[in-house]
Design a protein around this ligand. Structure first.
Ligand code: FES
Ligand code: FE2
Length: 429
């Protein structure tokens, strides 16, 4: 559990909050490249760690990210004209470049105006089908973090954005909670659960497929230079307990996880829009072309009642029990369709920010506890003028092995993942 004070501290991400300042020390995904499909296309409103911004692709094809409200008198630049290498406010025609420079002010003949007024603008990168920005202090700007999916050929990668009306931590914790996979996602993880006959799911694309049935995995954790890895060990009863299934998942600061599916990796970013809204970016990549439509369906996002690619909003609410069909509970564990429907329903059902002082944690929650500690330690460090406890640099070699090892070789799980280890330090420290 967390004290009410620590819960506030870890969940609040707006300007000048401790966690907001932690997020501002990292490159964050802002939107998908597909949301800005071509030069001079429609601009996009972006809310990021409590700040209202507008992203636009200028005439050269480069993306800019500037404050949403025009520095003149505050009209939204998201209604503006994107033209001639800038974004022009409709109201009085002030035009800004992607670096925030005032390029034109047709209602003002004072020459000095162009050198005295600037729109707040942030450094932007575009890689791996995502637009990234750094919102922190200039002198603290870290090197750009590279992930394996950035090196995948275009057909072997797909990016999905989902805007969920819940605090980021509920979504991050959902992703680091190995024990829920075999329970909440029973339909996928444990086909045959309704008559207690486990049959491994042959679907090679689904990250909720489990190789064995064991709903009480034991967890081990160890810190790395990017965050930590945890290993979830599941007993393989069919092998007479001679071998263990081990599923290794990295937590990459400040809010990223990589989840294995049999033939792909799901790299998932939870970017806070503000305290009660989060943009989830899922990047799926593999060695072969990725079937986007199939992945959208297995997430349950092919239902227009709950999700639309037009605005990426996840729409299910209590109004219809998040889409739950209770008539189907005999043959469907959740009465929901697909893993994102199930995950989002759990996070949304808690309300926008859950009070963690009322929890009862068990050993299966060790990874959740560790990530909270890492975030709170980072908040404290940053408040005292220091750095987050881990800063990812190049993580292109970080994956999420899901494999079998001999039960006697359990202590060798770290060998499944190369490099990045911190010596003899526990993620629980
Ligand atoms: S408010 Fe934007 S130009 Fe006047
Ligand atoms: Fe899940």
């Amino acid at each position: 559990m967390l004290s009410k004070e620590d819960n506030e501290r870890i969940c609040r991400v707006g300007p000048n909050t401790p966690m907001g300042n932690v997020f501002r020390r990292f490159w964050l995904p802002v939107c998908t490249s597909a949301q800005l499909p071509e030069a001079d296309c429609d601009p996009l409103r972006v809310r990021l760690v409590g700040e209202n911004l507008v992203a636009f692709r200028d005439s050269t094809g480069a993306v800019g990210l500037v404050q949403e409200n025009c520095p003149h008198r505050g009209a939204s630049l998201a209604l503006g004209r994107v033209e001639d290498n800038g974004i022009r406010c409709l109201y009085h025609g002030w035009k800004f470049g992607r670096d925030g420079t005032l390029q034109d002010a047709p209602n003002c003949s004072m020459r000095a105006i162009k050198s005295t007024v600037r729109a707040r603008a942030y450094p932007v990168r575009e890689e791996g089908g995502l637009v990234w920005a750094y919102l922190g202090p200039k002198e603290k700007q870290p090197p750009f973090t590279r992930y394996a999916f950035m090196d995948a050929p275009e057909p072997n990668r797909t990016v999905i954005r989902i805007n969920v009306n819940a605090n980021y931590l509920q979504l991050v914790e959902g992703g680091f909670d190995s024990s829920h996979v075999g329970i909440l996602h029973s339909n996928i993880a444990r086909p045959g659960w309704m008559n207690a006959t486990f049959t491994p799911n042959p679907d090679k694309d689904n990250p909720a497929v489990l190789a064995v049935e064991d709903n009480d995995p034991e967890l081990e954790l160890s810190e790395t230079d990017f965050g930590f890895y945890y290993a979830a060990f599941r007993t393989d009863r069919r092998s007479g307990d001679a071998q263990l299934n081990v599923r290794v998942v990295p937590f990459i600061m400040p809010s990223t996880r990589i989840i294995p599916a049999p033939t792909t990796l799901y790299t998932v970013f939870e970017t806070p829009a503000d305290d009660e809204h989060t943009s989830t970016f899922i990047v799926i990549h593999g060695k072969a072309p990725v079937d986007r439509a199939k992945n959208i369906a297995l997430l349950g996002l092919d239902d227009p009642k709950v999700y639309s690619e037009r605005d990426c909003m996840y729409r299910a609410t209590w109004d219809d029990r998040f889409g739950q069909d209770r008539q189907r509970l005999q043959e469907s564990w959740s009465g929901l369709n697909g893993i994102e429907q199930e995950d989002a329903a759990m996070s949304l059902s808690m309300g926008p920010i859950i009070d963690r002082s009322q929890e009862h944690l068990v050993p299966a929650d060790r990874a959740v506890v560790a990530l909270r500690k890492m975030l709170l330690r980072s908040a404290k460090n940053v408040e005292q003028g220091g750095d987050p406890v881990a800063m990812p640099g190049d993580v292109t070699d970080v994956g999420a092995p899901d494999t079998f090892i001999a039960s006697s070789a359990r202590t060798t799980w770290q060998e499944l993942s190369p490099g990045h280890w911190k010596n003899a330090e526990s993620a629980n420290a």
